[in-house]
Design a protein around this ligand. Structure first.
Ligand code: ZN
Ligand code: ZN
Length: 238
């Protein structure tokens, strides 16, 4: 991501603080507090006809795509409305690396409907944790920011302590699916203060799903029956 985007993003954020009726992306005036005008909102591309298991476009009608019918993922449902490209990708990078916390709410506000329509709702939202050292380096966990926004929107509590990352796993980018899976193997511990049967794991982006798959394995072993994955964006299968 170029410095130019960051500067522009920062300038718009500052404008936004003083003029809350301004679109964060293009600066045009807006009447609602959504932070994006309808044109810019439309530039956030949604996943068309998403499969309820893998969150990727389902080429046939029905809830589950042919790939998941053959080989279902470990988790029971995934909601990840945005395509990881264009404006959504740029904002998610800023949210992750540029302390643009305010973008968590902007992006969540843009895609509340599929989470709202979900039924039954999970008992608790659990953000995908960062390792302590990474949390100290970065100062915040973007998954936690997103979970807090969803919690306010839907009245579902967030549990920040039930799940911890035991190892500071190296970054997943540039690794194959098999390397990603072994990278995160046994990297998480689940020790809730109370018992949950139905959990939504919250993250910013799902790429291959190796991290959420490993966490789901850990949760199922601890007796959690139903695991949903809630993310803002989905990277398509290559
Ligand atoms: Zn706009
Ligand atoms: Zn699928």
């Amino acid at each position: 991501m170029s410095a130019k985007y960051l500067q522009r993003g920062l300038a718009r954020f500052i404008n936004h603080l003083f003029a809350p009726g301004v679109c964060l992306a293009c600066g045009s005036e807006i009447s609602n507090a959504n932070s994006l005008c309808p044109d810019c909102s439309a530039r956030l591309q949604r996943v068309p006809n998403p499969c309820q298991y893998c969150g990727q476009p389902n080429p046939v009608s029905g809830l589950v795509c042919p790939a998941c019918l053959l080989n279902p993922p470990r988790w029971q449902k995934m909601i990840a409305p945005l395509q990881y490209r264009g404006l959504a990708r740029r904002y998610l990078l800023q949210l992750k690396f540029s302390e643009a916390h305010y973008l968590a709410k902007t992006l969540c506000d843009q895609c509340l409907a599929p989470f709202q329509a979900n039924s039954p709702q999970p008992q608790v939202l659990i953000p995908v944790p960062l390792h302590r050292t990474r949390l100290l380096e970065r100062g915040y966990n973007q998954a936690r920011e997103i979970a807090v926004t969803f919690s306010r929107a839907f009245g579902i509590p967030v549990d920040r302590n039930a799940l911890t990352r035991l190892r500071a796993t190296p970054g997943q980018s540039g690794l194959s699916a098999a390397q990603r899976a072994s990278n995160v193997r046994h990297a998480f511990a689940y020790a809730p203060k109370r018992e949950y049967r139905h959990i939504a794991l919250v993250d910013d982006i799902v790429t291959t799903g190796s991290t959420v798959s490993e966490i789901t394995r850990t949760l199922h072993r601890a007796g959690v029956e139903y695991v949903e994955v809630w993310a803002l964006a989905r990277v398509y299968r290559r």
